[in-house]
Design a protein around this ligand. Structure first.
Ligand code: THG
Length: 574
């Protein structure tokens, strides 16, 4: 079937998404249990419901596959049926479209699974790899069955969504399909995801999927949902909304009528705040008919183009914009190699005090926390896991993005699977050659992280202005050619110790400052960072002198001079 391009359609009009499958099946008095199984046992019922929504005016219909993943189906002893359900679900949707004579898109529906990666406390629960494998099987089956796009919905934990996105990126790669992605979160009454993120932080954390749309579904009905629409307006993709038909009453029935819902949606539609609108729990073809009529009269939201000069955005529970012309301090103290106290606490297993060090740094002004567990006597991956999990549960710390600092790639890889926000990996370089750097950079991107790129190549650490700029320029070209966003690249042209007694170390400070400026002028979009305390290693023990050196260095290197991030002890910044 030849489609209009959905990207094109979204610029011309507000598209209508269908309503709930479950509500309709309860009406059809289907037996309680997993309604996704009806794709196999009663496909005509599913096809008929799709047809009703199409006749009501739906432009996008969602497959009956919300729970069609191995984890959710295991409750029904049906884990082996994922592929069959997905195939038949898409087929039923396709038949309904044909019968309707309308043109519509099929969204392969992917629910959150009952599991949460961010809110588990023990290791026996589901892990990232298990969840990713379940999503991979489902998304692959939906794509191969012919779904036009994937709808990842009812997201209450961004780490789950990141596992799904990682799987989706693999399916895009292996099938060669564009497979557009709609992402839709569910907020609690506080306006955050259940996993604690703000809506803005959520959008930043899934941006690497380059979604077709971001939006909200389920929740407390249209009236509450539209209060959050202003926060979605900055999105550089379409905006969707498919709320519940109000709140369920004591009998579990949803109480908003079609006209209640359209009354709530009229204003945001007229104001051009939406691109896709539909219904979730409790909605019926009558609701969708009313919503489609409203959508037809509406002005579609203007979808802003992606700004190539946009600054780097990171996220913990909250979003952080890394300004290009101001210094963003990164706290250095959660580093076993850079703090005897932190090393002792980790060795003693005193996690509470270790977390208190992180909290003290955010208090003192750190906007990102660097975490490093590289020590010969520690299992760095395990210590990272324990620390990052605990830090993620401590609101004062989890608020800010993390910087995963390790020279061991395995430690980076395993830690990325624990972080729901958009962190920074510290670091990659050309040390092991071009291919390895690109492979790692692509992996980091696919896991929704930015990266520090050290000025280090096959010949070693760059220590002069010429070497620093040459290595960074080569890395920049390779990474951007590989599809890495320039703003996700943070160069570190090596702050090396001065005043060591060795003559040629005298220029180290100056060469960093010159290189930082050169990078900012010649490698557009990339940031510059450095480990400030390295500079004054020769004055260890004399903090007064060290702090003075740091202050003078920053005055010459930071902000509009070039360096916009620095790993520092925030409590001693003058
Ligand atoms: N670039 C990047 N990452 C980095 C560095 C860098 N990570 C590690 C390091 N360098 C930055 N972090 C620190 C942390 C502490 C110190 C220096 C750099 C430090 N510590 C004191 C000392 O050793 O004298 C305090 C010791 C203590 O309290 O026990 O100087 O350059 N990308």
């Amino acid at each position: 079937m030849i489609h209009n391009d959905i990207h094109q359609a979204l610029r011309e009009r507000v598209l209508t998404l269908d309503g709930a499958m479950g509500t309709m099946l309860q009406k059809a008095r289907a037996e309680a249990g997993c309604i996704d199984l009806l794709c196999l046992s009663s496909p005509d019922t599913i096809e008929d419901i799709h047809l009703q929504y199409l006749q009501a005016g739906a432009d996008i219909i969602t497959t009956d596959t919300f729970n069609a993943n191995a984890l959710s189906l295991s409750r029904y002893g049906a884990s082996h049926l994922v592929k069959d359900i997905c195939r038949e679900a898409v087929a039923a949707a396709r038949r309904a479209i044909r019968r309707s004579g309308r043109q519509a898109w099929i969204a392969g529906d992917v629910g959150p699974t009952g599991k949460s990666l961010s809110m588990t406390s023990d290791d026996t629960d589901v892990d990232f790899d298990t969840l990713r494998a379940a999503y991979l099987e489902q998304i692959d089956a939906l794509a191969r069955a012919g779904a036009d796009l994937i709808l990842l919905e009812t997201i209450f934990d961004t780490l789950n969504a990141k596992a799904a996105i990682s799987a989706l990126l693999e399916v895009r790669e292996s099938t060669g399909l564009e497979l557009p992605l709609m992402v839709s979160a569910t907020l609690t009454e506080s306006g955050r995801l259940l996993s604690g993120q703000t809506l803005e932080a959520f959008i930043v954390s899934i941006s690497h999927a380059r979604p077709l749309s971001v939006g909200l579904n389920c929740g407390f009905g249209a009236e509450q949902a539209i209060e959050f629409l202003p926060q979605l307006q900055h999105a550089t993709c379409a905006v969707s909304l498919h709320p519940n038909a109000g709140l369920p009453d004591a009998m579990g029935c949803y109480t908003s009528t079609p006209s209640d819902m359209t009354a709530a949606l009229r204003r945001p539609l007229a104001d051009g705040m939406l691109n896709i609108v539909g219904g979730c729990c409790g909605t019926t073809p009558a609701h969708i008919r009313a919503i489609a009529a409203e959508a037809a009269a509406a002005r579609p939201r203007n979808i802003p183009n992606c700004d190539p000069a946009a600054p780097l955005r990171l996220a913990g529970l909250e979003a952080l914009t890394v300004a290009p012309d101001r210094l963003t301090p990164v706290g250095e103290r959660c580093n076993v190699a850079g703090s005897r106290k932190f090393l002792r606490l980790i060795k003693e297993g005193n996690l509470n005090e270790a977390i208190a060090i992180a909290a003290a740094q955010t208090d003192a002004g750190a906007r990102i926390i660097d975490i490093n567990m590289d020590d010969a006597l520690l299992d760095a991956a395990r210590e990272m896991q324990r620390f990052v999990r605990l830090a993620s549960a401590e609101p004062d710390v989890a608020r800010v993005p993390f910087m995963i600092d390790s020279s061991q790639w395995e430690v980076v890889e395993s830690t990325l699977k624990l972080v729901q926000g958009k962190p920074v990996v510290n670091s990659i370089s050309l040390k092991e050659g071009e291919e390895e750097m690109i492979r790692r950079a692509r992996h980091i991107s696919s896991m929704g992280a930015a990266m520090v790129v050290m000025a280090f190549d096959e010949r070693g650490q760059a220590d002069t202005f010429e070497r620093k700029t040459e290595v960074c320029a080569r890395a920049y070209r390779l990474l951007t050619d590989a599809g890495i966003a320039p703003s996700d690249i943070i160069f570190d042209p090596n702050i090396l110790a001065v005043a060591t007694g060795i003559e040629h170390h005298a220029r180290y400070g100056l060469d960093f400052i010159r290189a930082a400026r050169w990078i900012r002028q010649n490698l557009p979009g990339a940031g510059v960072s450095g480990g400030l305390s390295n500079l004054s290693f020769s004055f260890r023990g004399n903090n007064f002198v060290r702090e003075a050196i740091h202050a003078i260095f920053l005055a010459n290197a930071a902000g509009s001079s070039g360096m916009n991030m620095a790993i520092v002890n925030p409590s001693t910044l003058i």
